[in-house]
Design a protein around this ligand. Structure first.
Ligand SMILES: [Zn+2]
Length: 132
């Protein structure tokens, strides 16, 4: 199945250690900069000028803004047009970071699970093997 090829790590391979995971995570995070969350969109805004033809015609002044929520607080920031490509990349990085965190959570859990079962089997075999 072609969809399965997108999985990077083969499930049956040697179980990775949590330290290996940590290194992989830090290396991946270091490449995800700049980072941003929220949404970037073009919005109409009005100005303070009197008798502005753009505002009177209903066109307004389209400006890019970054909108979102940080904790419970909402934020909205106007973005200069030349910063838009950078912010778009930052948003993509932000999404990639969230994806990375979810993936790492799954792999971390798998790694810890197999560490525990290894320890348990070691404990069992060492208690069976009595020292003379
Ligand atoms: Zn105006």
């Amino acid at each position: 199945m072609p969809a399965m090829q997108r999985r990077k790590q083969p499930r049956q391979a040697r179980q990775e250690s949590t330290e290996e995971l940590r290194q992989e995570f830090l290396a991946a995070v270091s490449k995800l900069w700049p980072v941003a969350g929220g949404s970037l969109s073009l919005r109409k805004s009005s100005c303070i000028r009197e008798r502005c033809t753009a505002c009177e015609s209903g066109m307004g002044h389209p400006r890019y803004g970054l909108w979102g929520r940080s904790g419970t607080e909402r934020f909205s920031l106007y973005i200069a047009e030349e910063l838009v490509p950078e912010l778009e990349q930052a948003l993509l990085n932000g999404q990639a970071l969230q994806q990375l965190v979810r993936e790492m959570g799954v792999r971390y859990t798998q790694a810890r699970r197999s560490e525990r079962s290894e320890q348990q089997s070691k404990r069992q075999s060492s208690s069976r093997r009595k020292k003379s």
